[in-house]
Design a binder for this molecule. Structure first.
Ligand code: CP
Ligand code: NVA
Length: 305
């Protein structure tokens, strides 16, 4: 459980060609039958310092389907929750398991975990990034449009972990991305600056401007995990940033609607849109399983891209 390994902390950790191969592998797994067991006898430790439905279940089921096994570790159960250093946790877990998935607050903690672990580390969401989700979203776009080529993506709402990962995806894959964020809720400046040198990434204030002619309209909650006490202030700041039928009518007629979930109907999205014919959010949730299986097969099971 030592030796060279790679981590997946952010989308640019994979090259463009590797990402395209990863999508292909995930699609082979989805379209099946895929009976290989590249993770036979292997274990994944899953550290969750925040809640989860999709991430927890898709990683655990994905490990099992590829022949391995996953351990769910919450702060109530592990010494990390009582202050044991991240570095020590990384060193110890590396002696037992073949990979570590972590969902936590500070992105720097995941980087520290990866620095001290001798097995692959996968980012299952931080305050800064949510790379597995955006890869699942890209897989969903390929499922519905055949490819990402020439697609125009709109992001409506908070410049949060999802928005930052979308910018990273545009940086690596080169599609057009317009984000409509209220003033004071822009994405990470450094991530934005890097992408703007490489891809057509714009920040605007008006949701209608971002949605105009878009193939994909995408949003997320106004208050992310850890920001619950800001809910009232954010509700005010995000007034008018709802994805409803009127906003969707600005987009292409065959546009799809994405949301990483969980969603709040009547806040960032209307029930008519998320439960309507343009919504592909259930395919999107399912694609978490397929893309993460591809990531784990590659990083922990030696499956080449
Ligand atoms: N989209 C997502 O990551 O969902 P969970 O918080 O349920 O894992
Ligand atoms: N931005 C949201 C995503 C949840 C999957 C959050 O961090 O809570």
């Amino acid at each position: 459980m030592t030796g060279t390994h790679r981590d997946f902390l952010a989308i640019p950790d994979y090259t463009r060609d590797e990402l395209l191969s990863l999508f292909k592998l995930a699609e082979d797994m989805r379209n099946g039958p895929y009976t290989d067991k590249p993770l036979a006898g292997k274990s994944l430790a899953m550290i969750f310092m925040k809640s989860s439905t999709r991430t927890r279940v898709s990683f655990e089921v994905g490990m099992w389907q590829l022949g391995g096994h996953a351990l769910f570790l919450s702060p109530r159960d592990v010494q990390l929750g009582r202050g044991e250093p991240v570095a020590d946790t990384a060193r110890v877990l590396s002696r037992y398991v073949d990979g570590i998935m972590i969902r936590t607050f500070a992105h720097s903690e995941v980087e520290e975990l990866a620095r001290y672990a001798t097995v692959p580390v996968i980012n299952g969401l931080t305050d800064l990034l949510h790379p597995c989700q955006v890869l699942a979203d890209l897989l969903t776009i390929r499922q519905h449009f055949g490819s990402l080529e020439g697609r125009k993506v709109a992001w409506i709402g908070d410049g949060n972990n999802m928005a930052n990962s979308w910018i990273n995806a545009a940086y690596r894959l080169g599609f057009s991305l317009t984000l409509a964020c209220p003033e004071g809720y822009d994405p990470d400046a450094e991530i934005l600056r890097r992408a703007q040198g490489e891809a057509d990434v714009k920040i605007v204030r008006d949701p209608a401007e971002a949605a105009e002619g878009a193939d994909v309209v995408n949003t997320d909650v106004w208050a992310s995990m850890g920001q619950e006490e800001e809910q009232a202030v954010r509700e005010k700041a995000f007034t008018g940033y709802i994805v409803d039928e009127s906003l969707m009518s600005r987009a292409q007629r065959d546009a799809i609607f994405l949301h990483c979930l969980p969603a709040h109907r009547g806040e960032e999205v209307s029930a008519e849109v998320i439960d309507g014919p343009q919504s592909v959010v259930w395919d999107e949730a399912e694609n978490r399983l397929h893309i993460q299986k591809a990531i784990m097969a590659n990083m922990m099971g030696g499956v080449e891209l």
